[in-house]
Design a protein around this ligand. Sequence first.
Ligand code: DP6
Length: 324
Amino acid sequence: MTEKRAKVVAHSNIALAKYWGKASVAENLPAVPSLSMTLDGMRTTTEVVFDAALAKDQAELGGVVLAGRPLERVVALLDRVRALSSCRLRARVVSSNDFPTASGLASSASGFAALALGATRALGLTLSSEEVSALARASSASAARSLFGGFVALGANAHQAEQVAPAAHWPLVMLVAVTTQSPKATGSTEGMQHTSRTSPYYPAWVEHAPRIYAEVRRAVLAKELGPLGLAMEHSALLMHASMIAAAPAVIYWSPITLAVMAQVRELRAAGTEAYFTMDAGPHVKVLTTQENALRVEQSLGVVPGVERVIWCGVGPDAHLVEAK
Ligand code: DP6
């Protein structure tokens, strides 16, 4: 057969306890433990076709052909998968997100998780989800977590993620407030490298992150939203403080980010449980219960500058759609 293909879906994830900084740059191992919630409302669909007719690997995302560094990262992952098999065929990768790519939300997490799963399944490799997670982690550490549904941990120095609890454990809602796009942000890989090299607060982040992670993990397992929300906010703010203290500063927030944070605090003061977190961009993700989600969604939607709010429940494992 001169063609081997698979089509897969992987869901995005948002870290409740953040990963920021590498223990090994060469192996892409995280310096701190992280724990995420997989999102049912944001997913990447990827088809990988290994084809004897191709002279080179090619990839497109949302109809845009990749070149330069983004293509190199795809080829590097395909090379790692080919090294595990006897296949030397080049591949065509066609990927799309069901969330707005242009908004700057397109995280590498669901993308590399889908690519790792799609490429291994296309070649018929029988790897465990943990082994596929390790392949995805080498490309982007947050992608290791997107192989699994529910609540997912990636330890410090860990090669692969592990599921802490399945989606059915706790039906929380993450509302993603998409803010007006600011000019090109620093990529997370570059931002964390710069933070670790230049921020006097980076050692403090690495020192305190494991304790916050332990509290996030405990609160997820105990289903205690109050303690979880506070630990989640602390993780995000400590991570952003380390970036802001870099030289020059890495600031992902816009005035709208701050306005959404203020809105969440007001909701809480008025008795609605809701908590924020932010990643390498200006958007704010707000964690709440199913009962409160509609009210929270409406109050985030009226903050000036919020373009839309994406509703995400807890998502499933990355999975195969079709193969042949
Ligand atoms: C702020 O996984 O994108 O979203 O491993 O260099 O590809 P690389 O970094 P990446 O970093 C994600 C950082 C974060 C926090 C998180 O998802 O834990």
